[in-house]
Design a protein around this ligand. Structure first.
Ligand code: NAD
Ligand code: UD1
Length: 337
């Protein structure tokens, strides 16, 4: 299949491109590099040993996207393009609503004009909000998001559902990611956040490599077994494989569907530090700080639906996630820079 990855130069997109290309699919990447490096393209090409078709464009700009869609005629789109920093979305909500929602609307308009009927969308566990019991199941009510980033995901899911309802030929697959971490086993590609990392794993990895003085653990008084928050961390290559399964599903099924992609097994912040220290042999300096606004004590996925319908299951362990993160970070101490 010919698959267009919108936002394909980013962390999840680059790993997904590798997974799909290695399974024989033809990949087109469209990105404006607002949160990624052009160097990632060479790295992907090195892993897959063939050139990619790549376009630099702002996906919300219809005049840029129309000719790309007409020229490439993809069989399926994977829509990963979006701004994703929670804190930044609180400070600058309009930019987040504009970018995230407009990219989705433009893609849907261009799909209609070019008769592209399949789209897989990067959503997040954040749409389950603050009130659902755990584990999260796809049938639960969404909403009560704690920040504008989460609301953009909530709204984009709704837009895509309405589009699928109006056009019975459309196939829309929503993937709700839990906490993606890790890197490709080659160490060629990995997570390279701009500035100070917001997320736990890149912060730990950058502390290990000496770029950060120490990690601050946001709260140790949560009602969890060791007082620190627990999350469902998932290896980014397992997530990439979930996209492969979703694309295959979209080929054979019309309509709207939602799948959680998680392991179902939560780990606490202290357990993650411990696992990383074991994998890397490096001691992580940390101190306890205040709770971070918007953090929930713990949540994890019920991914039975993805297993039953997509035939997908996460297979990589926490040891694999830490080993591959460290392999990427120690080979690329300053990321792609
Ligand atoms: P990322 O920032 O590494 O990748 C997103 C890519 O989209 C970047 O390369 C960026 O340059 C590009 N982009 C953004 N706006 C664009 C625009 N207007 N035009 C063209 N390109 C644009 O993020 P990621 O971690 O790879 O996440 C991919 C998707 O998955 C995002 O939508 C994110 O919200 C979602 N998601 C990520 C996580 C996570 O923990 N990483 C969790 C849940 C959901
Ligand atoms: C966060 C976002 C979520 C988003 C996801 C992926 C919030 C409230 N949630 O999820 O909406 O979909 O990232 O981008 O921001 N931690 C520390 N010290 C750090 C960093 C993190 O202790 O320096 C802790 C956090 O408190 C949390 C855990 O580590 O308990 C995981 O944090 P993080 O990696 O940011 O993911 P989430 O908070 O689960």
């Amino acid at each position: 299949m010919k698959i267009l990855l919108a936002g394909g130069a980013g962390y999840i997109g680059s790993h997904t491109a590798v997974e799909l290309a290695q399974k024989g699919h033809e990949i087109i990447i469209v990105d404006n590099y607002s949160n990624s490096s052009k160097k990632v393209i060479d790295r992907i090409e090195k892993i897959i040993s063939r050139p990619l078709e790549v376009f630099e464009a702002d996906i919300k700009d219809k005049e840029s996207m129309q000719p790309i869609m007409k020229e490439t005629k993809p069989d399926c789109i994977i829509h990963l393009a979006g701004l994703k920093a929670v804190g930044e979305s609180i400070e600058n909500p309009v930019e987040y609503y504009r970018n995230n929602i407009d990219t989705t609307l433009t893609l849907l308009e261009c799909m209609k004009e070019s008769s592209v009927k399949r789209i897989v969308f990067s959503s997040s566990a954040t749409v389950y909000g603050e009130e659902n019991p755990i584990p999260y199941v796809e049938t639960m009510k969404k909403g009560n998001c704690s920040n504008p980033y989460g609301w953009t995901k909530y709204m984009m899911e709704q837009i895509l559902e309405d589009a699928a309802c109006a056009d019975k030929e459309l196939s829309v697959v929503i993937l709700r990611y839990f906490n993606p971490i890790g890197a490709h086993i080659s160490g060629e590609i990995g997570e390279d956040p701009q500035g100070v990392p917001n997320n736990l794993m890149p912060y730990i990895a950058q502390t290990a490599v000496g770029r950060r003085e120490h990690l601050t653990i946001f709260g140790n008084d949560y009602p969890t077994k060791d007082g620190t928050c627990r999350r469902d961390y998932i290896h980014v290559m397992d997530l990439a494989n979930g996209h492969l399964k979703a694309v295959e599903y979209a080929e054979n099924n019309k309509g709207f569907d939602v799948f959680n992609l998680g392991t179902g097994e939560p780990y606490s912040v202290l357990e993650m530090i411990n696992a990383f220290e074991k994998a890397s042999g490096v001691k992580i300096k940390y101190e306890f700080g205040n709770r971070r606004a918007g953090d929930l004590p713990e949540y994890w996925a019920d991914s039975k639906k993805a297993q039953e319908i997509l035939g997908w299951k996460a297979v990589r362990t926490i040891e694999d996630m830490c080993r591959d993160t460290w392999n990427w970070q120690k080979n690329n101490p300053v990321g792609y820079a």
